[in-house]
Design a protein around this ligand. Structure first.
Ligand code: NAD
Length: 418
């Protein structure tokens, strides 16, 4: 049975790591070739406007993840050191008690239609709801593919907002987007309904766009981090969580740590990470900004972690279907639906949060950060090849990770080699 529990992955060469990923995820030779190449400029030029060049971001593989009994290797694209190592480490701790368990709701997105110039908003609301089935029918005409897959517009809700410009009637279309992120699908449906809604209400429609606050599309993950693995860090993490729960200044950084992991996987799979970011933070703010994770200590004295957030991601559609490396990242993940993918993302978010809190509540975050950061500083100071690690090691041992010191060490090492 293949396992993602791989010890010493970080000590291997890039080629050796690639070999393991290749075997684990049954990648083909053409996939490996694709991963080694930069993105085709013609594809890039079709993805966005005014393309001039490409930006490279390293992709690391997080190991050790066991989610709902299935092993995963998780590609993470990120420029920040420590994130991939921290995720792998947290996943290792969670594995001792069976790894992560995760669940998700149906993939229901909300599209908003803004109706103004209405004097009698409750009459408008009534007329819209009275015509619900017809509105759903019109919306579903726009996307027969989605409907054939069991998705499509499922419900209509109406809200009345009291604004400076008078009452606004806001129609929400609730759309099951199956394995898509769903923005295009929902926006198309929302636009198609506008004339009909103007007709039945006598109002004027302005905006027709999805909401990134996807409260009906939630992913939840849960894991036990045993005291036998982390000792007194249980109490430290519990205190760190309580701080984030009651203080928005701390909660912002706490949630940023969660998104370090989630965004990295979203970028590796060319998903819209801004959409998930916006949804996550808005969800955290629904009743006053707070932590997206929750921790408890169980009867055995182990730490139990829980996360709940909206995760609007796709395994079809958008750039995730056009970017060749995104397709291979999905192959590495071996994920078959958007729901499964959202459950992986919630688990990664919980793992990342646990790892950050553990570091913060014990030795502090800088020690782990510094050894990786030291390499960047060494490169900034002009070190190349073997000298990067040598300069970094000396700076870390001296606890002086600064460019000026890196330059001095580099100079000295170069002179010794002359
Ligand atoms: P899409 O339109 O490319 O693909 C979705 C379509 O694929 C569906 O409408 C359906 O017809 C078809 N499909 C085939 N197989 C499917 C399956 N198994 N499940 C679901 N659909 C299937 O993509 P999208 O997901 O509708 O839109 C995503 C894009 O929209 C992203 O690139 C995002 O950046 C962008 N976007 C985001 C926002 C926002 O977040 N506010 C706004 C506008 C656009």
């Amino acid at each position: 049975m293949k396992t993602s529990r791989i010890s010493g992955f970080y000590n291997l060469s890039i080629e050796e790591r690639m070999k393991i990923v290749r075997e684990f995820s049954q990648l083909e030779e053409k996939d490996i070739e694709e991963l080694k190449k930069p993105l085709d400029m013609d594809i890039a030029n079709r993805m966005i406007e005014n393309v001039v060049y490409l930006m490279d971001v390293p992709v690391g593989i997080a190991t050790n993840f066991l989610i709902n009994g299935k092993d995963y290797l998780i590609p993470m694209a990120i420029e920040e050191p420590s994130v991939v190592a921290a995720a792998s480490n947290a996943a290792k701790v969670a594995r001792a008690k069976g790894g992560f368990r995760a669940i998700s709701t149906e993939p229901l997105m909300i599209g908003q239609i803004q109706v103004v110039n209405i004097k009698d908003p409750y009459s408008a609301k009534f007329k819209i709801l009275e015509n619900k089935q017809e509105l759903i029918r019109i919306a579903n005409e726009q996307d027969p593919v989605l409907v054939s897959l069991g998705g499509g517009c499922k419900d209509i809700e109406v809200r009345i907002l009291d604004t400076k410009l008078g009452p606004m009637v806001i129609v929400h279309i609730i759309v099951d987007v199956r394995d898509a992120m769903g923005a295009n699908a929902v926006n198309t449906m929302a636009e198609s309904l506008a004339p009909y809604i103007e007709d039945i209400t006598g109002g004027k429609v302005y905006l027709r766009i999805l909401s990134n606050l996807a409260v009906y599309r939630l992913a939840r993950a849960w894991a036990v981090f045993p005291r036998s693995e982390i000792g007194d860090a249980v109490e430290g993490i519990y205190h760190a969580y309580e701080f984030a729960r009651v203080d928005p200044f701390r909660a912002t950084t706490h949630n940023k740590g969660i998104m370090n992991g989630i965004d990295a996987v979203l970028i590796a799979t060319a998903n819209d990470w801004r959409a998930v970011e916006a949804g996550a933070h808005a969800y955290a703010a629904l009743n006053g900004y707070t932590s997206l994770t929750h921790y408890e200590i169980n009867n055995e004295g182990d730490l139990v972690g829980y996360i709940e957030l909206p995760v609007a991601v796709g395994t079809v559609g958008g750039a995730s279907s056009t970017h060749p490396k995104a397709k291979i990242a999905r192959k590495i993940l071996n994920v078959s639906s958007a729901r499964e993918f959202s459950e992986i993302l919630a688990s990664v978010g919980l793992a990342q949060n646990f790892a950050a809190l553990r570091a913060l509540a014990t030795e502090g975050i800088q020690r782990g950060h510094m050894s990786l950061h030291a390499r960047n500083i060494a490169i900034m100071a002009g070190a190349t090849g073997d000298l990067i690690d040598k300069v970094a090691e000396i700076m870390v041992s001296e606890k002086k990770v600064r460019v000026d010191r890196a330059r001095e060490i580099l100079e000295k090492l170069k002179n010794e080699n002359r």
